[in-house]
Design a protein around this ligand. Structure first.
Ligand SMILES: [Zn+2]
Ligand SMILES: [Zn+2]
Length: 137
């Protein structure tokens, strides 16, 4: 990647591999798995071990630079740059492609709870199905 292309997050030591991980995430608007990130790094000539990529991602998650989302009942996790937006995803059950949802159906949702004083802080929502490539016509 080019020097000075991105604003480096404060409080994180800048290393070539960390730069490379961040640059992969900056250049996509799709959430990626660690394996996806690894293979994209390899293509751009910055090959790294999966364990290294995981460590870097966990650091970025801890620093709120990257958002980690567990999908498929925690079978896998995807990572994306924290753009400070509320997001949900649809997951293809066949090829495991992850598609970002532009709307949130929970916006006007008021949960009926036994605990009337329960304070709602957020929610998780995952839509499962088959993507256009996997759908049988
Ligand atoms: Zn699919
Ligand atoms: Zn929502």
């Amino acid at each position: 990647m080019k020097e000075g292309q991105n604003i480096w997050p404060a409080g994180i030591k800048r290393t070539r591999q960390r730069e490379s991980v961040l640059s992969v995430l900056e250049n996509t608007d799709k959430p990626l798995s660690a394996a996806d990130i690894c293979s994209r790094m390899e293509k751009s000539g910055d090959a790294a071990w999966m364990s290294t990529v995981y460590r870097i991602l966990e650091l970025f998650v801890k620093k709120d630079v990257v958002i980690k989302t567990n999908v498929m009942n925690h079978e896998m996790a995807v990572y994306e740059l924290n753009r400070f937006q509320h997001k949900h995803y649809a997951v293809c059950l066949n090829c495991r492609k992850i598609i970002a949802m532009d709307n949130c159906p929970m916006e006007r949702f008021i949960p009926k709870l036994e605990d009337e004083d329960f304070q709602v802080m957020g929610h998780n929502l995952e839509v499962l199905g088959l993507c256009s490539d996997c759908k049988t016509t």
